[in-house]
Design a protein around this ligand. Structure first.
Ligand SMILES: [Zn+2]
Length: 215
């Protein structure tokens, strides 16, 4: 049931990713789900919005928060086609998202294990940290099992995370997009070289999701 449910909502996130593609943005999409219903949708839009924070997850979080009239999204799940970055995981923690599900991995900015793991180091059995005292250096924070937890374990909220849901499909949307963009740039370079063609196709600036991130 969970697998089917995860794939169902990931397909909804993919619908959002295609909306991003149609807008000329790197195709990443997200939805926020509460009690089995979608309460927020968003797609990547930093170029059109002139907003470096306009990642799909941020847009979906904003949409969901408006929907429920609360910046806390307690008990909600967030589905996103690409592994979230540091900023987006931070926003999810602030929103108290309970569970994050992503599709393709992002080896360049992924914060769910690919570059850093903000979900990692979680030890549910660890004793509450003393908020009044001096915080120990991250390398000194130890779990009961003696394993180093790292600094992120001290964050006051953690969500569970599931990766790789429809990963191939989510990644293909991105790799197709970058292949198309490379072809456009090659055509543009060819047109520039020919004296009869002066039109120059503008290449999209970096949208925050680096090329090849779906590989
Ligand atoms: Zn992000």
């Amino acid at each position: 049931m969970t697998v089917e449910k995860d794939e169902f909502f990931m397909r909804e996130a993919l619908v959002q990713a295609r909306l991003a593609e149609q807008a000329g943005e790197v195709p990443v999409g997200a939805v926020v789900v509460k009690d089995g219903a979608i309460i927020g949708r968003g797609f990547n839009a930093p170029i059109s919005r002139h907003d470096p924070s306009a990642h799909a997850e941020m847009m979906a979080l904003r949409d969901a928060a408006q929907c429920v009239g609360n910046y806390r999204l307690v008990g909600c799940e967030l589905f996103v086609t690409l592994e979230p970055c540091l900023m987006c995981v931070g926003a999810m923690f602030h929103a108290r998202i309970a569970r994050v599900v992503f599709g393709a991995r992002d080896p360049k900015t992924g914060a769910a294990g690919s570059v850093v793991d903000l979900f990692g180091g979680l030890n549910p059995s660890r004793p509450p940290l003393d908020r009044g005292g001096e915080m120990p250096a991250p390398s000194l924070v130890k779990g009961r099992d003696g394993e180093g937890l790292g600094g992120v374990a001290r964050l006051n909220h953690h969500a569970t995370v599931t990766g790789g849901v429809l990963a191939e499909e989510c990644g293909r949307v991105l790799s197709d997009f970058f292949a198309m963009r490379r072809a456009q740039q090659r055509n543009a370079a060819g047109a520039q070289a020919a004296p009869s063609h002066s039109t120059r196709l503008q290449s999209a600036p970096d949208a925050g999701y680096p090329e090849g991130s779906s590989k």
